[in-house]
Ligand binder design. Structure first.
Ligand code: COA
Length: 257
């Protein structure tokens, strides 16, 4: 597949997207972000049931935005780069299937922001995570100031951002930044099992659940509850709703679409 990002879709419908610039610790240049957008479109067109996002090599998920590229940016150039990062994180967040970040090493700055936009985060015990932008005299610009406090709480987010702190996987797990930590050499297998379990589940219901839970971060409670009610009702009459409930009543395993 295209340049700095590769994608492979298996028979279960699991699309594995790999940021592939290991010599730059998978730093997210504009070209890499554009390639990610293309690959997300491609995975959606291929009806991927689950997407796994990871980094090539042994060292990094992604060590952030490309510092070499952005060092001399003007404000308009920085604005365009931020918009591109926002497009990618939003495309992950609205991808119509679960997205799992397999954090195999450094997830710093924009790399962590990509992971924050994913549904689930599984980290290798070697992972190092941080919202480190203040070390460079800037702030997180691809959603970190918004998604990080929603995930770990306001005080922890402020500490991470203000101090540019780099934390190990275990600490990240303790304050809820990652859902699971596994041995480094078990990460790929563990994430593959998780992804194939998700891929076997009812696709339309998972997409609806994802959208409804995302709404909980974006609207007030009343609007969120309205969204949930409409989405819940819209699932009635789908193949998987009929099949799931009939299978229960007939005391057999369901066969989802
Ligand atoms: N942008 C551009 N290039 C980067 C990069 C980034 N965010 N992160 C790493 N690289 C490059 C390095 O410049 C180096 O290139 P070189 O081989 O041409 O010198 C290469 O990737 C390997 O990185 P290096 O720093 O030599 O590896 P290390 O193991 O000593 O350190 C890190 C790893 C992650 C601690 C260190 O690279 C780092 O701090 N990176 C920047 C992280 C950051 O601030 N990210 C937020 C950006 S908003």
């Amino acid at each position: 597949m295209t340049g700095p990002v590769t994608v492979a879709v298996d028979d279960d419908g699991v699309a594995t997207v790999t940021i592939d610039r290991p010599d730059r610790l998978n730093a997210l240049s504009s070209a890499t972000l554009e390639a990610l957008l293309d690959v997300l479109d491609e995975a959606e067109a291929a009806d991927a049931r689950v997407l796994v996002l990871t980094g090539a090599g042994e060292d990094a998920f992604a060590a952030g935005a490309d510092i070499e590229e952005m060092a001399e940016f003007s404000t308009p150039e920085a604005h365009a780069y931020a918009s591109l990062g926002h497009d990618v994180t939003r495309a992950i967040e609205t991808f119509p299937a679960p997205v799992v970040a397999a954090i195999n090493g450094y997830a710093l700055g924009g790399g962590l922001e990509l992971a924050l936009a994913c549904d689930l985060r599984v980290a290798s015990e070697r992972a190092v995570l941080g919202q480190t932008e203040t070390d460079l005299g800037i702030i997180p610009g691809w959603g970190g100031t918004q998604r990080l406090p929603r995930l770990v709480g306001d005080e922890t987010a402020r500490r991470l951002v203000y101090f540019g702190e780099r934390v190990d996987a275990q600490d990240a797990h303790e304050f809820g930044l990652v859902g699971e930590v596994v041995a480094h050499d078990e990460l790929d297998g563990h994430v593959a099992d998780l992804a194939s379990d998700l891929a076997a589940r009812p696709r339309v219901a998972l997409a609806a659940a994802k959208e409804a839970i995302t709404q909980s971060h974006e609207t007030d409670l009343g609007a969120g509850l309205d969204f949930e009610r409409r989405t819940w009702a819209s699932l009635f009459g789908t193949h998987d709703q009929r099949e799931g409930m009939r299978a229960f009543l007939e005391e057999r395993d369901p066969s989802f679409e």
